[in-house]
Write a new protein. Structure first.
Length: 430
């Protein structure tokens, strides 16, 4: 029997992975759910997002049309969940929680750009600022939090007994995927960080450029010659931005300047900046900047590798891996557990880990391995081959699956009652 998990997917994407905002245009209504509506543009955005993930690959035209209908049904159910959550006075979302969630969304979108400036530039091409994003999506974030609270409460209120777990396994056990070949790892991490000499060299260069500016050198030309940001090609121009659009240290200095003024050297997580204000327009300013990025150099990589090798030699000389991890690993989260990382499916390991580990058995310690995070000394703690799901071995996982299935069934009952209680009008999908 095929397993079905019907917990309603939260399909509304506040920020797309390839786009920051959706175009504002007049479109038609696909469905009315009490006081809520589903627009064709909203449906299309969801459909396209799923299509890029391969959800409809290989479907016939009839199957695709059915999938579209299922998607609209899910979106309708999503609106019903929102209505139920709004009507529950015990579910409260504070302004602080909304703002924190909104900042997390914006931070997530920012992280997909190579720099703060490229993020702001992309916003500008869509006629937006970070402040506009906050205003546009604040209500949507509140709705999402309300729905999340309802779903979380529904799940937390659901428990299963031993017999229900056994019944779940009896019904769905043959359709549960096999447990993949897996490996339990620990590591000792050495980050590759810009060394003091790198930071001093960048700061000294920034100071020298600042001095040249004070002596009359052209800002735009220095930006073209020295800036590590893509904006350097156009003289460092960042365009107009408002408060909240830039990282705090940059913003504080930028907004303290008047047109024509140049800042001193400003340190941010991106490196050292020199900022020039070129215009003010109400609450928005226009600035250019020169960025000297504080990225690790090849020398910093060599130093990090040497440190990792020295730690590896300590282990080879007999020191317990767990103790060395607690003393030397720079991964604060795993360090307190002796470097333990937990279980991973072998096929999901990063390429560099997979190649370094190979067929190593439990107890093997692997020489420093380079990844984007730094150098890792890996230890294989245990391995398991691929196997079918087992009631005894996988009891805790099966119990959680059974609990979620039960919560899903309860949620479906709640939604079915909401369909009867609230007006739902569906129009044809084009």
């Amino acid at each position: 029997m095929k397993i079905r998990f019907n917990l309603i997917p939260i399909l509304l994407a506040l920020f797309g992975l390839s786009r920051i905002g959706f175009a504002e245009n007049i479109d038609r209504i696909l469905a009315i759910v009490d006081s809520e509506i589903i627009l064709n543009s909203e449906f299309t955005a969801q459909y396209q997002m799923m299509a890029t993930q391969g959800a409809f690959k290989g479907l016939t035209q009839d199957e695709t049309e059915k999938a579209k209908g299922d998607l609209l049904d899910q979106m309708i159910n999503d609106k019903l969940i929102l209505i139920i959550a709004r009507g529950d006075t015990s579910i409260v979302v504070t302004s602080q929680e909304i703002n924190e969630a909104l900042e997390d969304h914006i931070k997530n979108v920012r992280s997909r750009f190579p720099s703060e400036e490229s993020f702001i530039n992309q916003l500008a091409t869509e006629g937006l600022t970070v402040k506009d994003l906050r205003n546009r999506y604040k209500d949507e974030v509140k709705k999402q939090l309300l729905k999340d609270r309802l779903l979380k409460r529904q799940l937390n209120a659901t428990n299963v007994n031993n017999q229900e777990v056994k019944d779940f396994f009896e019904i769905y056990g043959d359709s549960l995927p096999k447990r993949p070949a897996s490996i339990k790892l620990a590591h000792i991490l050495t980050y590759i960080k810009p060394g003091e000499s790198t930071l001093q060299a960048k700061f000294a260069l920034a100071e020298s450029l600042h001095t040249r500016l004070l002596n009359g050198d052209d800002f735009a030309q220095l930006a073209k010659n020295y800036s590590d940001d893509p904006t350097g090609a156009k003289g460092g121009d960042l365009g107009y931005f408002g408060r909240g659009d830039m990282v705090p240290p940059f913003e504080r200095e930028a907004f303290s300047l008047m047109p024509g003024q140049v800042s001193g050297v400003v340190k941010t997580d991106y490196g050292y900046h020199i900022i020039k204000c070129t215009d003010r327009d109400g609450e928005r300013i226009r600035c250019s900047h020169i960025l000297l990025a504080t990225s690790p150099t090849s020398e910093d990589t060599v130093l990090a590798q040497a440190k990792a090798v020295s730690v590896y030699k300590v282990i080879l000389n007999g020191a317990p891996f767990e103790q060395v991890a607690k003393e030397h690993s720079e991964d604060a989260e795993s360090r307190i557990f002796g470097g333990e990382l937990g279980w991973y499916a072998v096929d999901e390991l990063t390429p560099e880990f997979k190649e370094a580990i190979g067929e190593s058995e439990a107890g093997i310690i692997i020489a420093p391995t380079l990844s984007p995070s730094g150098f890792h000394i890996l230890k294989v703690l245990d391995r398991q081959p691929e196997r079918p799901v087992n009631l005894d071995l996988d009891w805790h996982e099966l119990k959680e699956l059974a609990r979620r299935q039960k919560a899903s069934d309860k949620l479906q009952e709640m939604i079915a009652k909401a369909h009867e209680r609230y007006n739902v009008e569906v129009r044809k999908i084009s």
